[in-house]
Design a protein around this ligand. Structure first.
Ligand code: SF4
Ligand code: SF4
Length: 207
């Protein structure tokens, strides 16, 4: 059974406790929030990496990625080879009025062409303006934070290990070639001295 006034005391206790806590009110937009680097604000497109494989558009649950492309034929570099074709991007757009920020497109892109940017201030009064075309998606790329540093205890990535191994091999081959080149004239001069000595000795014998 509750004593009379216990509810009031409980309420006052909560009020007192809250009053002594530090305020967490964010003064946005006067003060910009400190967002975590992996915040999902907007998606940036690095066009140079995009091969128009269409994976992102196919996997997007909201069907809000629009890609147009055409094929271009490149002449064969070798007369015995066939001409090659490649995809050329004509349009890449994301409709952020439909996007649900699931990140699937970024996860599935096999060529690292899509990135999260923490920018979030792109509200529009016209919903059509929320479809960001490739130029705008490119602009967002400049706001993508640098990737975090690798864990020093982490295993070396395979491609870096392979590149380092190849570089070490090349450096060792170059060092061996340089050592051989340095040794060759010395050997030549040694043989020249020997023959000179021999001929002097022969002259001595003859006299
Ligand atoms: S984040 Fe999700 S919904 Fe938005 S474009 Fe990418 S896949 Fe589509
Ligand atoms: S998945 Fe990546 S490479 Fe493929 S079309 Fe989309 S952005 Fe381009």
């Amino acid at each position: 059974m509750n004593l009379p006034g216990s509810g009031l005391a409980k309420g006052l206790a909560v009020t007192l406790r809250t009053m002594t806590r530090r305020s967490v009110t964010a003064q946005y937009p006067d003060v910009q929030p400190q967002l975590p680097p992996r915040s999902r604000g907007v998606i940036g497109l690095l066009e140079e990496n995009c091969t128009v494989c269409m994976l992102c558009a196919r996997e997007c649950p909201d069907w809000c990625i629009y890609i147009d492309s055409h094929k271009e034929t490149l002449p064969a570099v070798d007369p015995n080879a066939r001409a090659r074709t490649r995809n050329v991007l004509d349009r890449f757009a994301i409709d952020f009025s439909l996007c649900m920020y699931c990140g699937i497109c970024i996860e599935v892109c096999p060529f690292d062409a899509l990135f999260w940017s923490p920018e979030f201030e792109y509200a529009e009064t016209d919903i059509l303006e929320l479809t960001h075309e490739r130029e705008k998606l490119r602009e967002w790329m400049w706001t993508v934070p640098a990737p975090p540093a690798l864990d020093p205890a982490a295993e070396e990535p395979k491609e870096i290990a392979a590149a380092r191994k190849a570089a070490d091999k090349l450096a060792a081959a170059a060092a061996a070639a340089a050592a051989a080149a340095a040794a060759a004239p010395a050997a030549g001069s040694d043989s020249g001295t020997d023959s000179g000595t021999d001929s002097a000795a022969e002259q001595g014998d003859a006299s």
